[in-house]
Design a protein around this ligand. Structure first.
Ligand SMILES: Cc1cc2nc3c(=O)[nH]c(=O)nc-3n(C[C@H](O)[C@H](O)[C@H](O)COP(=O)(O)OP(=O)(O)OC[C@H]3O[C@@H](n4cnc5c(N)ncnc54)[C@H](O)[C@@H]3O)c2cc1C
Length: 314
């Protein structure tokens, strides 16, 4: 009974969250004294597929005939491959959130999302997950024979552990009859959900014309940019940058929040950041309670100085 991992790649390269899911699956497999198999759907080269072995995968099935993003077809194939697996691991991404529930229904598996630790027991499967927008941690028990685990991003980290990895190509024609007609690509930017550093700004920036300094700081730090909900609602920034309870949930190593009050709905999407720095003119802003470092000051003074200092150091 192998541990199966669902993988995702972008432009032929596996996402960091996939390597994290394989690392997690590898340790789970070690505890169960079994091996790890992975299923890939993209146009990855053999060299790229074999990189999964650096994180513990023993075998990679690759099905190039299937459109990635077509969760009907991917879940169909996963259902076949998972015949020999009782634990199936996904990273928490948009695609996996579409695919994993379909798979769960097909194979009658219990499903647990936002997982933050390895199982503490396997019979039955007991596992910790974040709940209530990250404000609580609960232990979930899955009683079904098969279990699907969606790992919260940055919850486990990357653990290199070399293993002999082989590739097997699968020729699977899907019955799902889905065609993806168009994909719009936001290119040249660091992906928000994968970024190690995120620079985020809110209504305190007064208008979209003032985002130049945020983008400059992000570029210097190789960071992604994000924003609060009202900022994307008014159209100052694209909706893809909105973080929070109703936006993207992120867990970067460093989150810098500029001119954001720190409303509970915003914190729900960023409170798993490892280190949080807040810049706000109002010393009473709620965000300071959640910050590791706080600067009470005007963003229009603080950010240019920060940029200057980073340039000097670099
Ligand atoms: C159901 C629901 C879901 C929601 N989901 C989300 C969500 O997912 N994400 C989200 O972000 N919000 C969400 N909200 C909205 C949330 O409640 C807040 O209204 C929002 O986060 C506030 O955005 P803000 O901090 O940018 O703006 P404001 O609350 O207006 O705060 C601006 C901050 O900037 C500071 N400031 C002003 N000038 C400067 C300056 N020159 N330099 C530095 N600081 C300055 C101010 O002191 C203030 O603290 C949701 C609300 C509801 C009801």
């Amino acid at each position: 009974m192998s541990v199966l991992v669902y993988t995702e790649s972008w432009q032929g390269r596996f996402r960091k969250s996939t390597y994290e899911a394989v690392s997690y699956a590898s340790e789970t497999a070690r505890l169960l004294n079994t091996n790890v198999i992975a299923l890939a759907f993209g146009n990855e080269s053999d060299d790229e597929l074999l990189k999964l072995g650096n994180y513990g995968a023993n075998k990679v099935f690759t099905a190039k005939e299937i459109e990635k993003g077509d969760s009907k077809s991917t879940s169909e194939l996963l259902a076949i491959i998972s015949d020999n697996s009782n634990i199936i691991v996904f990273a928490s991404t948009y695609t996996s959130k579409m695919t994993a529930p379909r798979l769960a229904a097909k194979i009658k598996a219990g499903i647990v999302s936002n997982v933050i630790s390895l199982p503490s027991s396997f019979t039955p499967l007991k596992i910790k997950r974040k709940s209530f927008s990250g404000k609580a941690i609960e232990e979930t028990i899955i009683n079904t024979e098969k279990a699907i685990i969606l790992l919260a991003s940055n919850a486990y980290g990357l653990v290199e552990c070399e293993s002999n990895c082989e590739i097997e190509k699968i020729d699977h024609k899907s019955n799902a009859n889905v065609t993806i007609k168009n994909q719009e690509i936001a290119s040249g930017k660091v992906s928000l959900s994968e970024a190690e550093i995120v620079i985020s700004a809110g209504r305190g920036l007064k208008g979209p014309e003032n985002w130049g300094m945020i983008e400059e700081l992000a570029k210097l730090l190789n960071a992604a940019t994000a924003c609060s909900k009202p900022v994307s609602d008014i159209g100052w920034r694209p909706h893809g940058e909105h973080v929070g309870q109703t936006g993207i949930v992120i867990a970067p190593n460093l989150y810098i929040a500029v001119g954001i009050s720190g409303a509970i709905q915003h914190l729900a999407g960023v409170n798993s950041s490892k280190t949080t720095v807040v810049v706000n003119t109002d010393a009473e802003a709620p965000f300071f309670k959640a910050a590791d470092y706080g600067i009470v000051g005007d963003a229009f003074d603080v950010i240019p100085k920060l940029i200057e200092e980073i340039k000097r150091i670099q």
